[in-house]
Design a protein around this ligand. Structure first.
Ligand SMILES: [Zn+2]
Length: 179
């Protein structure tokens, strides 16, 4: 990506030999490698066997997971929070692993709707939960810095699987725990 950033900076009309920019292509390449590192993570290594038996049937909710992603339409950041809930079916997943699953799908080119769905189906797949709910609220820099320039708009998306989709009281319990 370093060569491509060089070309991009030149195309912007900048002088690549200027001291502040000399190392920028290499730095930007490294930054983007990190911001897209989700492509190179497997669910298996992210979860790392942190699945534990439980007798509980009570809802587990992990709130306010910070989220940084790149919109696939403009390659500009979108930034927000994910809230994840599930009802265990004999096993729970380590808390930090929920956040790592969020990172796996956030660190790539994304649209918020798909990110939400991918997190929900991965939690479902690795825990075998009776139901999963994911809500993401995010601000998109492509809307804030350009285009309609709406500084304060945020987008909310949700994905509901199993009990969360079929059972109104489960869904309401989830939503009330997020208040
Ligand atoms: Zn965008």
């Amino acid at each position: 990506m370093k060569d491509l950033f060089e070309q991009m900076i030149k195309a912007m009309g900048e002088d690549l030999s200027r001291p502040g920019l000399v190392d920028t292509p290499a730095r930007a390449a490294k930054a983007y490698e990190f911001l897209t590192s989700g492509y190179r993570m497997t669910t298996e290594e992210v979860v790392n066997d942190a699945i534990f038996p439980t007798d509980s049937n009570d809802m587990v909710v992990v709130k306010d997971i910070e989220l940084f992603s790149l919109c696939e339409h403009h390659m500009l950041p979108f930034i927000g929070k994910a809230h994840v809930g599930y009802i265990p079916n004999g096993q729970v997943i380590g808390l930090s692993k929920v956040a790592r699953i969020v990172d796996k799908y956030a660190r790539r080119l994304q649209i918020q709707e798909q990110l939400t769905t991918e997190i929900a189906s991965t939690i479902q797949e690795v825990t075998g939960a009776k139901g999963v709910g994911v809500i993401i609220e995010a601000k998109h820099l492509c809307m804030m810095m350009r285009g309609v320039e709406k500084q304060n708009s945020s987008m909310k998306t949700s994905a509901m699987l199993g009990y969360f989709r079929n059972n109104l009281s489960t869904r309401n319990e989830f939503l009330s725990l997020l208040q």
